[in-house]
Write a protein that binds this ligand. Structure first.
Ligand SMILES: [Zn+2]
Length: 316
């Protein structure tokens, strides 16, 4: 089968043997993969096929697998982690203190071969059932969709009917967040990508009465972070997503409203994906996003890989 490898910084398709299925592993025929620049920069591992977030159909299962059967439609999922450390006990299994030990060597697209191939062999812990979804949409959902869902859930009670929620940015992640907000909460959604002082004054004037209860920042720029802290109301929630570097972009904030909270988020917890899949059963995720086929993707150069915006789906 074809498998994408990074050779001297650029992708190349090579022919490899189909994966072997271990006792707790599932062999998946890959249909589509959601990719981000981190797959090819921060997380790139020489010799490993990238692709952490994929959708496909189960081709074979190991003898100890209980949750999946041949023919099931699946998406990759955050593995859920240990359930005993501080992060897991508060529901933040994405930051499990024991994940490095529990999953060393078996994380698809990180230290084991990932989804940019005809098939991927993966521990069942990294999968979830997604039977009702189109496979390219499923790949978008388990990548960008779950990231958006984590941002919404991170804002907590600020996402409550009647509140105003601002979403900053123009990416597919920002669009996806707005679509999800419309589906899950009766909030007024404000799309912002003009971070000028004039627009800041306008937003503050327009929403002076009730204030903006949550600001979801889907943009990696300091400008967007500054805008967010300027418009967030007293007691509001600011969520910084799409950071990529593992650290918040915000510089020490000169002015911030009392009781406002800032939360910098990484990807998502397993519960976010389960919640998203429930939502998708009721309402499709209609968000425009870019798609390329695997052959075309293999012609990208290193610069293009490093510039991938959230939301790109590679169809295998
Ligand atoms: Zn843990």
């Amino acid at each position: 089968m074809k498998s994408l490898k990074i050779i001297d910084g650029s992708p190349d398709l090579v022919e490899v043997q189909a994966g072997v299925t271990g006792a707790n592993d599932v062999l998946v025929d890959v249909a589509a993969v959601g990719v981000s620049r981190d797959d090819f920069t921060a997380l790139a591992n020489p010799g490993v096929t990238p692709g952490r977030r994929f959708a496909g159909t189960v081709a074979a299962v190991g003898h100890a697998v209980t949750g999946f059967a041949v023919g099931d439609v699946v998406v990759s999922a955050p593995p859920g982690a240990c359930g005993a450390c501080g992060a897991c006990l508060r529901g933040d299994d994405a930051y499990c203190a024991r994940a490095e030990v529990l999953y060393a060597g078996i994380r698809p697209g990180v230290d084991a071969d990932g989804g940019l191939a005809g098939q991927v062999n993966v521990s069942e812990k990294f999968l979830a059932l997604a039977p009702e979804l189109d496979l390219a949409v499923a790949a978008f959902a388990c990548d960008t969709g779950v990231h958006a869902m984590h941002a919404l859930r991170s804002a907590g009670d600020a996402i409550t009917a009647g509140n105003t929620v601002a979403v900053l940015g123009t990416s597919a992640l920002a669009a996806c967040t707005r679509v999800l907000l419309d589906v899950v909460a009766a909030v007024e959604v404000l799309a912002i990508s003009d971070y000028s002082a004039e627009n800041q004054a306008q937003v503050l004037a327009d929403f002076a009465h009730d204030g903006i209860a949550a600001v979801l920042v889907m943009d990696r720029t300091q400008q967007a972070c500054d805008f967010a802290t300027a418009i967030a109301a007293t007691g509001s929630a600011i969520v910084l997503a799409a950071n990529g570097t593992g650290e918040a972009l915000v510089q020490p904030m000169p002015v911030m409203r009392y009781e406002a909270s800032v939360r910098a988020i990484d990807y998502a917890n397993r519960a976010d994906l389960i919640e998203l899949l429930k939502v998708l059963k009721l309402s499709p995720l209609e968000v425009e996003h870019e798609r390329v086929c695997l052959d075309e993707f293999a012609s990208f150069d290193a610069d293009r890989l490093a510039a991938i915006e959230p939301g790109l789906v590679v169809v295998v």
